[in-house]
Ligand binder design. Structure first.
Ligand SMILES: [Zn+2]
Length: 455
């Protein structure tokens, strides 16, 4: 798409693709161990953004929070309300096994169809698309009516406590209240939703919580010839098995009911008829949804034992065995509920049960806000015939820090992905098509125009 193209399905031109590719060449990788993060790569990325988007960096006020950036685009009217807070993050997850990649993950290769590299979808395309749109608008003299904030985090993949948390706090202290909060999360999927032939745009309106529980058993150790009834490893294994065997119950939340209701009209009979029973047969519908791992996340707090370790030698009794279980918490449940659930099902006082690392609560009563339709309408404009529905992000995003700062929250990008494409996110061969990138820019540009026209 050239900067003024109108067709929603056009593709970005070489120069636009190259600006994104240059950003993908910056190895802005987040690691859990802070000493492994190379901040010079973040400096390179910030320098690239300043050079590639000169109008943004002269017309907007901006402030740094570590390597995060908060931009303020002054509105033409002083209404006391901000039009929007547009979030995105500049860091990416590490690559394990670069050999599997078609192009090296940090080479930023552009071909006739795609821009390839770690961060092409998650989430540098969104950072750059927002900047492309604002730069375009500034070129054309467009100003939003209400002030717009852009907030680009540098540590989303490691919980955002240094970037998003501080930027959100600054906005809170300044008394900012926005109509709309937009961040990553939902996309448009093609060929994934069972029984629906059209692409489905899932605009996420909140997110699940996150908690990792550490289970551990300590013992005096000794020789394995006189083990007693249970070793630390055996005891721990039993605790993990009990947690795995006692999942949280399936439950339909209001947002899941809304999700299914919005999709009903796009489904073929008899599935559609079945879903009209939603209110009377809710538990049955919830159980059907739970049968598929991707949709199961919508109806229960999920349980995933992820790490188990213990013991040093086959003939030595272990002194310590530990395991980690990751939970994604459904709205309505809490971090405290997860701990209580573990203690209840393990039923063994010798097993120590505690939270490990950062935990986050799920969104409180997520629902489509008053400006949801603005975003839904843009999705329909960009992908004619698309089915639009709501959802909640199964993982944690930076937007949880901003939840109280906006009336309507939408985690959404209008890129069209297949199941195979979804696997590329945090996986191998991450890439974005030139068409999707054009759509993403257009989405942000239309949103800016909308914010400019608002009366
Ligand atoms: Zn992300």
């Amino acid at each position: 798409m050239t900067r003024s193209a109108q067709s929603p399905a056009a593709a970005v031109d070489d120069a636009t693709a190259e600006r994104l590719a240059a950003a993908l060449r910056c190895r802005t990788v987040s690691h859990e161990e802070p000493e492994r993060i190379d901040y010079t790569e973040f400096d390179r990325l910030l320098a690239h953004l300043e050079q590639a988007y000169p109008l943004v960096h002269t017309h907007l006020a901006w402030e740094s929070f570590g390597h995060s950036r908060l931009y303020r685009w002054q509105g033409s009217a002083d209404t006391g309300t901000a039009g929007a807070i547009l979030l995105a993050h500049m860091d990416v997850v590490p690559v394990d096994g670069a050999e599997g990649w078609t192009h090296p993950p940090f080479d930023g290769v552009v071909d006739s169809e795609f821009v390839w590299g770690r961060g092409a979808i998650d989430d540098k395309s969104r950072v750059l698309a927002i900047l492309e749109a604002v730069e375009q608008a500034l070129t054309e003299g467009v100003t939003p009516r209400e002030t717009v904030y852009l907030a680009f985090g540098h540590d989303e993949e490691i919980f955002g406590s240094d970037g998003a948390a501080r930027m959100a706090q600054r906005l809170r202290e300044t008394g900012v209240r926005a109509r709309l909060l937009i961040d990553e999360g939902g996309v448009i999927t093609s060929g994934i939703a069972d029984g629906i032939d059209v692409p489905v745009a899932t605009i996420m309106v909140g997110e699940k919580g996150f908690a990792t529980v550490r289970l551990s058993v300590s013992d005096v150790g000794g020789h394995s010839s006189m083990p007693g009834r249970q070793t630390a490893v055996g005891r721990l294994a039993r605790a993990v098995a009990r947690i795995q065997d006692h999942p949280f119950p399936v439950r339909l939340t209001p947002v899941t009911v809304d999700m299914v209701t919005r999709l009903r009209g796009f489904m073929a009979q008899p599935r559609r008829g079945g879903l009209s029973l939603l209110r009377v047969a809710g538990p049955v519908v919830a159980r059907v949804i739970a049968m598929n791992p991707t949709s199961e996340a919508m109806v229960r707090t999920t349980t995933a034992p992820t790490v188990i370790k213990g013991g040093v030698k086959p003939n030595v009794l272990p002194q310590l065995a530990e395991a980690f279980v990751n939970f994604r918490i459904l709205p309505g449940d809490s971090v405290a509920d997860v701990l209580a659930h573990c203690r209840r099902v393990v039923r063994d006082d010798v097993v120590r049960i505690e939270l490990d690392g950062v935990a986050s609560e799920p969104s409180r009563e997520p629902a489509a806000g008053p400006d949801f339709e603005v975003v839904a309408e843009l999705a329909r404009q960009l992908v004619p015939g698309v089915a639009v529905t709501v959802g909640i992000v199964p993982g944690a995003t930076d937007s949880r820090y901003y939840d109280d700062l906006a009336v309507t929250r939408c985690n959404f990008a209008p890129i069209v992905l297949t199941a195979a494409d979804l696997d590329r996110i945090h996986g191998t061969d991450e890439r974005i098509s030139r068409t999707d990138y054009a759509r993403l820019i257009r989405f942000n540009r239309l949103l800016v125009d909308r914010l400019a026209a608002q009366v």
